[in-house]
Design a protein around this ligand. Structure first.
Ligand code: F0G
Length: 343
């Protein structure tokens, strides 16, 4: 049978209400790409699960197909989310597909251009907030408590259900869970989903390395961060909604949550791109964490099977790359000019 999206493929394993009416863009089924060069350097068998290859360019589509399918099935007419960008684009696309009105609330000036463009292109009503993601989230929670508008942030349990499918896919491809799973942690929905997914699928349990950005690391610091700041705007979050569950996942899996600097994140982004996988900065945090651990002398991943989740595509945030390079040079349209500059 041709591929029909995560709800068709794994729906029997997802706790979704009977009224759910599948709305899909054929999300999921993303590749697990071997990274032999970096794996050799880190002395492990390394794979990247490239979630940037989902329909709207991030892992959010797995959860959004579930949340929108449930919302339309129960007769919702409008959905809303707070977002650092990817959730916004995903909600906009799935709402468009379902014929729902989508409202997205984003922190002013802190959303990468590819995400903002996506949300606008798919027809969402985009509202910029003079505040942080955390402020936006508390506003959308309040509005969905007081009106019939449906919340599609990962506080919505159906988002978590849909996102579990990534863990199932990894087990299906590798025949068992990996030894380690490394991933970025922002609002902490995804780490919660993976841990729930691996536990449910019963093909073994990975140790989880959750990675936050140093300037937005409430789970490492042990307290909320009032003014989170990082180049990885996707995870610029100071009060993760599922923070407790993230800490539980790390602890129960015998893993941990660590913080890496912006420089380490951007370096990991370059290393991944240097092996052919271009991801947005936040998506490189998992690998940055793995590199940092290895550099600090940890041998926990030595010789092990490691999967790093690359949550969003590099095209989401092109300016982070173009702005850090000089413009490509310009030459006259002559063979001699070309040969001169490449010799
Ligand atoms: N990576 C990317 C690319 C993201 O967009 C996000 C979250 C995360 C990692 C972290 O996932 O929140 O489940 O811990 N982005 C949200 C958004 C907050 O609004 O798009 P998480």
């Amino acid at each position: 049978m041709t591929y029909q999206g995560v709800l068709r493929r794994y729906g029997n394993l997802l706790d979704l209400p009977a009224h759910t009416k599948a709305v899909t863009l054929l999300e999921g089924d993303t590749p697990l790409i071997p990274m032999p060069r970096l794996g050799r350097e880190l002395d492990c068998e390394l794979y990247v699960k490239f979630e940037g290859l989902n329909p709207t360019g991030s892992f959010k589509d797995r959860g959004m197909t579930a949340a929108i399918s449930e919302a339309i099935g129960r007769g919702a007419e409008t959905v809303i989310c707070a977002s650092t960008g990817n959730t916004a684009a995903s909600a906009a696309a799935y709402a468009a597909r379902a014929g729902l009105r989508a409202i997205v609330l984003i922190p002013e000036g802190k959303v990468a251009v590819g995400k903002l463009a996506g949300a606008i292109a798919y027809g969402a009503e985009v509202i910029q907030l003079q505040g942080s993601f955390d402020d936006a989230l508390s506003l959308v929670v309040e509005i969905t408590q007081k009106t019939p508008i449906a919340l599609v942030n990962s506080i919505n349990p159906f988002r978590i259900e849909g996102q579990k499918t990534a863990a199932f896919e990894i087990c299906d491809v590798l025949s068992s869970a990996p030894d380690w799973l490394c991933l970025p942690v922002g609002n902490a929905g995804n780490i919660t989903s993976y841990w729930a997914g691996f536990r449910q699928y019963q093909k073994g349990l990975p140790r989880i390395l959750g990675v936050q950005a140093e300037g937005a690391a409430p789970l490492v610091l042990g307290h909320p961060v009032e003014k989170p700041e990082t180049v990885a705007t996707a995870i610029r979050i100071g009060k993760p909604a599922r923070g407790e569950q993230a800490l539980e996942a790390a602890q129960e899996s015998k893993g941990k949550i660590i913080a890496v600097s912006d420089a380490e994140i951007l370096s990991a982004q370059r290393i991944l791109a240097g092996e052919g996988v271009w991801v947005e900065p936040a998506s490189a945090a998992g690998i940055a964490g793995l590199i940092a651990e290895t550099n600090q002398g940890s041998s926990a991943a030595k010789g092990k099977k490691v999967v790093a989740i690359c949550t969003g595509h590099g095209l989401k945030d092109p300016s982070i790359v173009t702005e850090s390079f000089a413009s490509p040079r310009v030459i006259p349209s002559r063979y001699e000019a070309l040969i001169e500059v490449i010799q």
